[in-house]
Design a protein around this ligand. Structure first.
Ligand SMILES: *Cc1c(COP(=O)(O)O)cnc(C)c1O
Length: 418
């Protein structure tokens, strides 16, 4: 690697995925110049084809009214099924294990209804200490719902004093001493703050060895790393589609239920008619007869417009191929790291792990002695990134639409500010 614009441009010229950038709409500054957008970890950009996919559904709604459920170009009744296969590929699951429904936090609650089954002695939940606030609230409220005090029932897997990352050995240690009281491990697969990607399979095996259920939040994993969910053996996972999956603000979430639970009718669940046997769903009078697999956890007939945006986005992923994306991602983030290290600035500290297996595309850059003003200056310099108190900028060069030149430009602009 070289610290030069020419080198960045050469990498772009050699990048077989470079044309995908033109398939996205970039926000612009007041002079009409595209911004350097490194915020796909927060809200992914809009694919150009999304509008077409949405328009199709609006047209079909206008043309068919209620008959669109069966007569639309892409009939609404089975619409969620059109997303399943490519979504399953992205998270490494079997199609029967995946469904798109609701939103992330809702899905997390639904999964805990089924998989957090505390008993008098085995009721605690482990989360990583810097879990995303919504996950922490969800887990705490589940503890309270079952009559436990989160102060006692919630165990945090923390970095050691003076460190930023969680060590697997420390989780093993917690399980050694308290595993017999733990009912559930609920870990964010790729931590939103540090960018650390945890060893999902090892965590699952550890949890199962101690008789616990294991679930992951892939909000920062789906479309970023390859989680190979089926192979990890995890009981469940949830994610959203508006970050790396580019499906629009607040778009639907995803849910994974491992195949081993597909036909378990004894699992308690909160049910709704969309989870009911498709053959008798409209007879309206039957006792609840859950569909096998993840589909059986659906509640409502889903918002087609939101699903159309997901379909559009997944078609772009399919064209690019996830293996190719991951390869480019490793190179792109490696280049960002190389340039940042080349600044030789002792106030800049990357807290994300160095090993590509332990991270996705995001780097979390700690700027010692800086405050939010620095982030404002970066924004004024035409860079969209995000700031987390007290002193961290998260930047996520995504392989679908970011270029090596974007990364170069970002570091140039940061250099001028620090
Ligand atoms: C983005 C994110 C959320 C947001 O949840 P919603 O229910 O989609 O609002 C929750 N958890 C994690 C880990 C996230 O990264």
């Amino acid at each position: 690697m070289q610290q030069s614009l020419t080198y960045a441009q050469q990498c772009d010229a050699e990048d077989s995925l470079r044309s995908f950038r033109d398939q996205f709409l970039f926000p612009k500054d007041s002079n009409g110049k595209p911004l350097i957008y490194l915020c796909g970890n927060s809200l992914g950009l809009q694919p150009r084809i999304t509008q077409e996919y949405l328009q199709q559904e609006l047209n079909d709604w206008a043309k068919h009214g209620v008959e669109g459920h069966t007569d639309a170009e892409h009939p609404w009744l089975p619409y969620h099924e059109f997303l399943t296969e490519s979504m399953a590929t992205i998270v490494g699951a079997k199609p029967s294990e995946v469904v798109m429904m609701n939103t992330l936090t809702t899905n997390l609650h639904l999964m805990m209804v089924s998989f957090y089954r505390p008993t008098e002695t085995k009721y605690k939940i482990i989360v990583e200490s810097d879990a995303f606030p919504s996950d922490k609230y969800a887990v705490e409220s589940q503890l309270k719902f079952h009559g436990y005090d989160p102060k006692d029932g919630l165990i945090l897997w923390k970095p050691r004093p003076g460190e930023d990352l969680c060590r697997f050995e420390d989780l093993e240690q917690i399980m050694e001493t308290q595993g017999n009281q733990v009912a559930l491990l609920m870990i964010g697969s790729t931590n939103y703050y540090s960018g650390q990607h945890y060893p999902l399979k090892k965590i699952t095996e550890l949890g199962h060895k101690h008789g616990c259920k294991v679930g992951f939040d892939l909000a920062h994993g789906a479309g970023n790393i390859q989680p190979n969910l089926h192979e990890t053996g995890a009981d469940f996972a949830v994610w959203c589609s508006y970050k790396y999956l580019n499906s629009g603000p607040g778009s639907l979430g995803g849910c994974f239920v491992h195949e081993k639970h597909a036909n378990d009718q004894t699992l308690p669940r909160f049910a709704g008619w969309w989870g009911h046997n498709k053959d008798t769903r409209f007879n309206m009078r039957h006792e609840f007869d859950p569909l096998p697999g993840a589909e059986g956890w659906q509640l409502s007939n889903p918002p087609i417009l939101s699903m159309a945006a997901i379909r559009a986005s997944l078609s772009v992923f399919e064209d690019a191929g996830f293996e190719n994306l991951r390869k480019k991602s490793i190179k792109l983030t490696g280049f960002l790291e190389f340039l940042l290290e080349g600044l030789n600035n002792e106030n800049i500290n990357i807290i994300t792990p160095k090993n590509p297996e332990e991270r996705g595309c995001q780097l979390s850059i700690q700027l010692k002695n800086a405050d939010k003003k620095l982030h404002t200056q970066l924004t004024e310099a035409g860079v969209i990134s995000d700031w987390r108190e007290p002193d961290v900028i998260r930047v996520a060069p995504t392989p679908l639409y970011n270029s090596f030149e974007d990364v170069w430009e970002f570091v140039e602009r940061l250099k001028k500010i620090v």
